[in-house]
Design a protein around this ligand. Structure first.
Ligand code: NAP
Ligand code: ZN
Length: 360
């Protein structure tokens, strides 16, 4: 048991890592009772994001153990606070990365609360009441209703779960960089993993020409035949990279491992933009020449606001976009994390939290 914050009296079964070995074991803990602005959610499914690995292994040096990961959550509302009018018991909902923001700053007021400097996340964050947040590798979640979205009826809850992080993280930079405003742009996606495969689907749904830039030759056929990618460049093949110089308008970098940006920047046309969403533990090498000679830009982007998250998931409902997932049971979480670390998943593991399964 952990946490002794007053009002944290609801016992929950979860799965936590306790040190930087990253090994996950069953963990019983207390959540707050449903407050006036909260909803309680029976968790059905939770995606395994690479960010979960960064946290359980303390890659970024910020982990507060025990950590209950999980920020790609879908489930059903079981309780609604007295001040919540937009949700009711039985609603199909999703929770992503955000758990709390200040609600007062310019970013919170302008529906960009993901950039609030007091932002707190669904796990490894500190909630308004001072408690450490625990994520979706657990059977019950209590969330303030302002950080909950509605899942469209036509989307399957298991394959929709990764949209709550992978989906919104790739949706925002595409919108910010005007990919929703005109078709036919040349878009490059670096890394065909959880984020990358959703990015390919979004860019294709928006009518763009999509090039996957990958370290995995084995992913080419499926990327083209199944995900609809138009081109596939092997980033470790200098000839491929050389012959694709100055071909792309926009690149999204979803790579979780340490890497240099130089050769990728060369793929951009003059004035092109590369947006970094991948978060390797070490600083990226950013050579000045490809920037200067191509008047190119490098930007970052972090998840999305709740307004954008609802908009993204409604866009997925409209275009019938779901993630390609491998389902795992709660006793298979460690194996799934090991396989994800080895780049062995197509393309997202999702934990069937509600399924009966033996303990680890
Ligand atoms: P993932 O499923 O592991 O995908 C990452 C992909 O990167 C892999 O599938 C692989 O694709 C490629 N890759 C792996 N090693 C590489 C290397 N050495 N060089 C180049 N490419 C390599 O991870 P994810 O869940 O999509 O997350 C990706 C990153 O985004 C993580 O760092 C995560 O923390 C971060 N993230 C950021 C945000 C945000 O708000 N900015 C949100 C969510 C996640 P190929 O096999 O095709 O090369
Ligand atoms: Zn994530």
């Amino acid at each position: 048991m952990a946490q002794t914050t007053p009002n944290h009296t609801m016992t929950v079964s979860g799965w936590a890592a306790h040190d930087s070995s990253g090994k996950i074991t069953p963990f019983t803990f207390n959540r707050r009772q449903n407050g006036p602005t909260d909803v309680t959610i029976k968790v059905l499914f939770c995606g395994i994001c690479h960010t979960d690995i960064h946290h359980v292994k303390n890659d970024w040096g910020i982990t507060m153990y025990p950590v209950v990961p999980g920020h790609e959550i879908t489930g059903i509302i079981t309780k609604v606070g007295s001040e919540v009018s937009n949700f009711k018991i039985g609603d199909k909902v999703g929770v992503g990365c955000l758990a709390a923001t200040c609600l007062k700053c310019e970013f919170c007021k302008d529906s960009q609360e993901n950039y609030c400097d007091q932002v707190q996340f669904t796990y490894n964050g500190i909630f308004w009441d001072g408690s450490i947040t625990y994520g979706g590798y657990s059977n019950i979640l209590v969330a303030d209703h302002r950080y909950v979205v509605r899942i469209p009826e036509n989307l399957a809850m298991d394959k929709a779960a990764p949209l709550l992080c992978a989906g919104i993280t790739v949706y925002c930079p595409m919108k910010d960089n005007k990919l929703f405003e005109s078709k036919g742009k040349r878009v490059g996606i670096i890394g065909l993993g959880g984020l990358g495969h959703v990015a390919v689907k979004f860019a294709k749904a928006l009518g763009h020409h999509v090039t996957v830039i990958s370290t995995s030759p084995s992913k080419e056929k499926e990327a083209k035949d199944h995900l609809g990618a138009d081109d596939f460049i092997i980033s470790t093949n200098p000839k491929h990279m050389q012959s694709s110089k100055r071909t792309l308008d926009f690149i999204l970098d979803t790579v979780a491992a340490n890497h240099s940006l130089g050769s990728y920047l060369e793929l951009l046309k003059v004035n092109g933009t590369l947006v970094v969403v991948g978060a390797p533990e070490k600083p990226m090498e950013l050579p000045s020449f490809p920037l200067i000679f191509g008047k190119r830009s490098v930007k970052g982007s972090m998840t999305g606001s709740m307004k954008e998250t609802q908009e993204m998931i409604d866009f997925c409902g409209k275009h019938n976009i779901l993630c390609d997932v491998e389902m795992v049971k709660t006793n298979e979480i460690n194996e799934a994390l090991d396989r994800l670390a080895k780049n062995d998943v197509k393309y997202r593991f999702v934990i069937d939290i509600a399924a009966e399964s033996p303990k680890i």
